[in-house]
Design a protein. Structure first.
Length: 414
């Protein structure tokens, strides 16, 4: 290549290189100079009086008149009324259908929502006949009822424990009606609703027995259940005393607890001791209930306020340790001289009448009874009852409980 050709090639080279460079970016277009994008066509308006494009609880009512939509919804959604609703109360789960709970389709509400045209979906709407719902709940109120229970003392082989009471529970029909109806009408899909309950505390709460730690004493006597009237009188008397709770520093009166022994109150005539003889009188047998409780109170270490023995010895108790009562004349009373309540229980089973007193047990306490008697004649005896209380081997009380005088006529005397 000659010198002139090389010179021409060098002169042409920058132009070639420039042609190979990438083009410079252009300025962005001016929006004002660009054509507007095409607009989306508006949905067509439904014909006059017709519903737009919408589904109600999954049912397409597009293009229908309100009346047509109402009829279609009534047919298609009727099955919704058989859906279950769970009525809950603690562990209780009572399943009922919507129709059971007086629900119906709110057709007017659903059609009105569909006609607004501001949504493509309308939820199921229900309405509740509250009067019918209230009546239905009243008919099933027993499903939610619980009788409740008073606290009670349980004695298993001398091991005593207190079982707490339970509230009485009942369905609050009015409040439950409002609660259920409001929930379903606000949201038809509601499947679980807590019903409203009323709860009444037990009459005897566990606190009633606070301080009772065990048996204070138990004592039993024998009787003849074949003596029908006498046994019936004993049962009546026992029923009035069993379960009595004596707060501290209170006095028990047999006459006040049992009441007057009259035929109007169910007491029958049976053998009683009167003026040293044996006669028929209303309430015969109540004295055995009295004497059994009297001896239990003695062994429990309770303070004896007053008592009186019979006019003649009895077969079911040792001499000097029986006790009788007479309405309006004399009584058997003892006082709760302990810091805790005293709970009285009776059991009349087979041939045995048993009385038990529960309270605050004094550890290592023993009680002994002793009767000194003097035979004055065949049918006259004096007796003195003494009680000794020992705690931890130390005598803390030795007292004369009372003096008795027995004097009676022999059976062949008038």
């Amino acid at each position: 290549m000659n010198a002139r050709a090389r010179t021409l090639l060098l002169l042409a080279l920058p132009a070639v290189l420039r042609a190979a460079d990438p083009p410079k970016p252009e300025d962005p277009p001016d929006p004002s100079t660009q054509p507007a994008p095409p607009t989306q066509p508006a949905p067509p308006k439904p014909p006059e009086g017709k519903i737009g494009v919408v589904k109600v609880a999954g049912v397409d009512v597009s293009g229908l008149t309100p009346a047509e939509a109402r009829d279609k919804l009534a047919d298609a959604l009727a099955v919704k009324l058989e859906a279950p609703v769970h009525l809950l109360a603690g562990p209780k789960n009572l399943v009922r259908t919507r129709s059971d709970l007086a629900c119906s389709l709110d057709l007017d509400g659903m059609v009105a929502a569909a006609r607004k045209g501001d949504a493509a979906w309308v939820s199921l709407l229900l309405k509740v006949n509250r009067a019918d719902l209230g009546a239905y709940l009243a008919s099933i109120a027993g499903e939610f009822a619980a009788p409740g229970a008073d606290a009670r003392l349980v004695d298993v082989d001398g091991e005593v424990k207190i079982v707490g009471g339970e509230d009485r529970q009942a369905l609050d029909t009015a409040a439950s009606t409002t609660k259920i109806a409001d929930a379903i009408e606000a949201k038809a899909a509601t499947q679980e609703i807590e019903v409203a309950l009323t709860k009444t505390p037990p009459k005897v709460p566990a606190s009633t027995f606070a301080g009772i730690t065990g048996r204070l004493a138990r004592f039993a006597t024998k009787f003849d259940p074949g003596q029908i009237n006498r046994t019936a009188n004993m049962k009546l008397a026992v029923a009035t005393i069993d379960g009595v709770l004596m707060p501290p520093d209170t006095t028990f009166s047999l006459n006040e607890a049992v009441g007057e022994r009259t035929p109007e109150r169910g007491f029958k005539k049976a053998r009683i001791f009167e003026n040293g003889g044996i006669v028929e009188g209303y309430g015969g047998g109540v004295s055995q209930v009295t004497g059994t409780l009297f001896n239990t109170a003695l062994f429990a270490g309770l303070q004896i306020v007053s008592y009186r023995t019979h006019s003649r010895p009895v077969a079911y108790l040792p001499l000097g340790r029986d006790a009788t009562v007479s309405w309006g004349n004399f009584d058997m009373k003892f006082r709760n001289n302990t810091p805790a309540p005293i709970f009285i229980r009776y059991a009349l089973e087979g041939h045995t009448l048993t009385c038990t007193l529960y309270g605050q047990v004094v550890p290592h306490q023993t009680v002994t009874l002793h009767v000194d008697s003097e035979q004055l004649a065949v049918n006259r005896i004096n007796a003195t009852l003494t009680r000794t209380i020992v705690i931890d081997g130390k005598t803390v009380l030795k007292e004369t409980v009372g003096h008795s005088h027995y004097e009676w006529r022999t059976d062949n005397e008038d």
